[in-house]
Design a binder for this molecule. Sequence first.
Ligand SMILES: Cc1cc2nc3c(=O)[nH]c(=O)nc-3n(C[C@H](O)[C@H](O)[C@H](O)COP(=O)(O)OP(=O)(O)OC[C@H]3O[C@@H](n4cnc5c(N)ncnc54)[C@H](O)[C@@H]3O)c2cc1C
Length: 451
Amino acid sequence: MTTIDIVGGGIMGLVLGYDLLKRGVGVRIWERATELGGLMGRIRFPELSDVEVDRYYHAILNSDRTLIGLIDELGLTDELHAVTTKMGFYHNGDMFPMSSPLDFMRFPPLSMIDRARLATTILAARRVKNWRELEQIPVIDWLTRLGGKGTVEHIWKPLLRAKFDTSFDNVPATYIWSRLVRMTDTRDKSTAKEQMCFLTGGYIMLIQALAREITRLGGEIHLGTSIQKVCVEDNRVTGLQLADGRVASDGVILTLQTPIACRLLPSEAAATAERWSALEEYLGIVCMLLVMRRSLIPYYTLNITDASIPFTGVIETTNLIDRQYTDDYHLVYLPKYVTPGSVFAQMDDETLRQKFMGYLRKMFPDLQDNDIAAIRIGRERYVEPLHPLGQTDAIPPIAADTAGLYLVNNSQIYPQLTNGEAVITYAYRAAEEVVQSQQRINKPVATLVAA
Ligand SMILES: Cc1cc2nc3c(=O)[nH]c(=O)nc-3n(C[C@H](O)[C@H](O)[C@H](O)COP(=O)(O)OP(=O)(O)OC[C@H]3O[C@@H](n4cnc5c(N)ncnc54)[C@H](O)[C@@H]3O)c2cc1C
C-alpha cells in the first residue's frame, strides 16, 4: 500500500489524512507541536483552574454543508448547536445593530441614497456569475461604482480595514463579492437572521474526532516532530528528514503556509521553490483574548468604523458558544491583522496590552478591572494569504514539478474566503488529486507507454 506523509496536523492535514485513509492510502501525519489543531488549537489558563478555550474564534455557519456533513460522519451531530447571532457596528461612540437588511437601512451615517445604493450593491454582487471578471478590478473601484462614496466610507472601508490592515489598493473585487455571497448564504430564509453553529467544547472536538478516526483506520500521528527537509532524488520525493534521522516516503503533502513549506524544499527542488514563491505573501495577526466575568457586547461581532481604534473588531464568542463550556466566563477577542512591518506586529506584549486596553476603556467606559479574569495575546505570522489583483494564475498547483510532492494550503483556496467549509472542501479535492497523481507516478513504464 502507498503511504503518504502529511506535514502539519492542523485541520487541513487531518481532513486530508482522514480522506486519504478512506480511499485506501496509508497515512502518516507529522506535527511539530505536542498537540494537534494548529490555528484551531486551544489555550489553557492555569490561573483560572485550568479552563481551556479556543485560542482564536472560529465560526461554523449553518450553510457549511460539507463541514456539517463531516461533523455528522464523525458522529458529532448531537454536539452541534445552531444559534441566531447578531452583528453590530461601532460608529461615533455608539453601537448599532447590523444583523438584518433593515438594520443596514437604518444605519445613521448612510443617507437615503446610500441605503438604496447599498441594496443595489448586494443585489449586483449576487448576480455576478463569472468571478474572473472581478479579479482585475480594485475592490474600492468596484464598490464605489456600484454603491457610491458614502457606502464605501461607512460600510466597506471598515470591513476591508478589519481584514487587510492599512492597505487594500491591490485587493481585487472578488474579496467582497465572496463575502457577500457567503453572508447571504448564512441567513435563515424564514427570518433573514444570521445563523451560526458551535460544537460543544469548540473546534477541538472535530480535531480530536478526526485524530481518533485516523488512528482507527490505521493512520499514524507523530506529535512533537518537526520536519526539517523533504528529501528529493532524480526529481522525485524519497522521504523526509527528521531531526534524528530520515524516513522513506512514497509521497509528501505539505499543508504548511507557503513560505514555511518553501523552507523545507532542498536545492534539488529549486524549480518548485520558485513556482511556490511567486505568491507567498500573508498577513499575520495579533489578537488579544479577554476572559471576562461579564458580557461586553450583545453581538457575536462588532465591526469598528473608527480607523483610530487599533483593533478591527470586538468578537464575543460566548454570544454563540454556550458558557457552560467556558466555566461561565465570557470570551472577547480583539484582533488586528498586520503586515510584517506593522508597529503592532513588532510591539511587545505589555505595550500592546496597554494600547488595546486604553481604547477598549474608551469604547466601554464602565469596564472595570475586576470584569477581566485573564488576558492573553496571540500572534501568528501567516494567517491570511494575499491574492493581489490579477494573480490567480500564480496560485501554486497541488502537485509540484517534483514527482510525489504536493502543496495543500489555504493560499490555494480562491476566490472563496478561507473558512472551515472551504478548507474541508479543498482537502477532499486535494486528496482526490493526490491519489490520481500517485497512481500515475506508480504506474509501470510499459503501462504508461501503452496508454
Ligand atoms: C484569529 C483567527 C480567526 C480565524 N477565524 C476563522 C473562522 O472564523 N473560520 C474559519 O474557518 N477559519 C478561521 N481562521 C483560519 C483558520 O484558523 C485556518 O484557515 C485553519 O486553521 C488553517 O488550518 P491549516 O491546517 O491549513 O493550518 P495550521 O492550522 O496553521 O496548521 C499547520 C500545522 O503545521 C505545523 N507545522 C509547521 N511547520 C511544521 C514542520 N516543519 N513540521 C511539522 N509540523 C509543522 C504547525 O504546528 C501547525 O499545527 C482564523 C484564524 C485566526 C488566526
